[in-house]
Design a protein around this ligand. Structure first.
Ligand code: ADP
Ligand code: MG
Length: 239
């Protein structure tokens, strides 16, 4: 079971200024939840706390049934995909995807098997010997997603993974992410400032504003019954 539960989560980077105020969210096992809101509202901060990359100021975070506030990132059953890909430039695609597995002491033949399988899923088998600098943005992002897949985590976290892609590629990759979610049967939490991405990808959507949850509901309910002007404007405004 890989539900993710945030209970009264708060974050202050410095002093008393809380950029996340009091966030309670329940993400079900295998659910695709999108965190959406304008720039600076705290999306990345929330995701980084779930990942274990940022300390939690207040509240409780559970992954599965385990309270993970004090569990380091490397021991959480999660993988995170960043906007800027964060690939190692001196390594090939294969080495980039294999690196995390090697660190955990997974045997070579298993590593090859897992990397090959993920590469096939993402249609990047022909790129395995290339270096990141010799690839397009779209290809690099696939490698970044591949690196998350090979770890076989129960929870995937995405921080605006499509923001650096052009509109056409963004649309394509969005559809592939939906397919991937079905195939992997994993819990996914996905951050974006893009309403269309949120509405097409999310089983449920968290609308954030200034570190507070405005509404947490299905795309249909957000659209039909926004709780306030902000949600109505944000969801209703075409891209
Ligand atoms: P988003 O991802 O929605 O754009 P962030 O989570 O990056 O928002 O930022 C939320 C707020 O926290 C912003 O006001 C931002 O300036 C602040 N912030 C983010 N990271 C840091 C940090 N490392 N130190 C201090 N303030 C930060
Ligand atoms: Mg951000």
């Amino acid at each position: 079971m890989a539900e993710v539960r945030l209970e009264h989560i708060a974050k202050a980077y410095t002093g008393d200024l809380r950029v996340i105020r009091d966030v309670s969210i329940d993400v079900r096992d295998k659910e695709f939840v999108v965190l959406v809101g304008p720039s600076g509202c705290g999306k990345s901060t929330l995701l980084r706390m779930i990942a274990g990359l940022e300390a939690i100021t207040d509240g409780n975070l559970y992954i599965g049934n385990r309270r993970v506030n004090d569990i380091p990132a490397s021991e959480r059953d999660i993988a995170m995909v960043f906007q800027n890909y964060a690939l190692y430039p001196h390594m090939t695609v294969f080495e980039n995807m294999a690196f995390g597995l090697k660190l955990r002491g997974i045997p070579k033949e298993h590593i090859r098997e897992r990397v090959t399988k993920a590469a096939r899923m993402l249609e990047i088998e022909n790129l395995l010997e290339r270096k990141p600098k010799d690839m397009s943005g779209g290809q690099r992002q696939r490698v970044a997603i591949g690196r998350a897949i090979v770890r076989n985590p129960q929870v995937f976290l995405f921080d605006e993974p499509l923001s650096n892609l052009d509109a056409k590629l963004r649309g394509q990759t969005r559809i592939e992410l939906q397919k991937l979610h079905r195939e992997l049967q994993a819990t996914m939490i996905y951050v974006t400032h893009d309403q269309v991405e949120a509405m097409t990808l999310g089983d449920r959507i968290v609308v954030l504003r200034n570190g507070d949850v405005m509404q947490y509901d299905t795309p249909l309910n957000l659209y039909n019954e926004p709780v306030n002007q902000f949600v109505a404007g944000f969801i209703g405004t075409p891209p």
